[in-house]
Unconditional design. Sequence first.
Length: 115
Amino acid sequence: MNVEADLVRYLGAKLGVPAYKRVPAERPASFATVERTGGSVEPHRQLPSVTVDVWAPTDYEASELAARCCKALVAYESEPGVYAVHVGTVYSIAPDAGGQSRYGINADLITEPID
């Protein structure tokens, strides 16, 4: 299972905004990015850690999108090949050079092994 690719697909469908692996050159007003930031791989499962950043025009919109993302991540546990999801830290990030507000969400998962 490719956790990043699957979460990009899943969150794009669940959040109502596009999701990407990297920030696109032409940014939508609101979107999400998914990055595997750690974890381990075992013979019969993997234990990935991921960070999802959500981007929006205002702090309020970013915080609302972060809340929707947390709910979607918890529900991701019912997807095939996903055994557990623990949403950890949710935090505000200062706007970047593009001026968009951003929140980060860290999650730890247990999934089926890498294909």
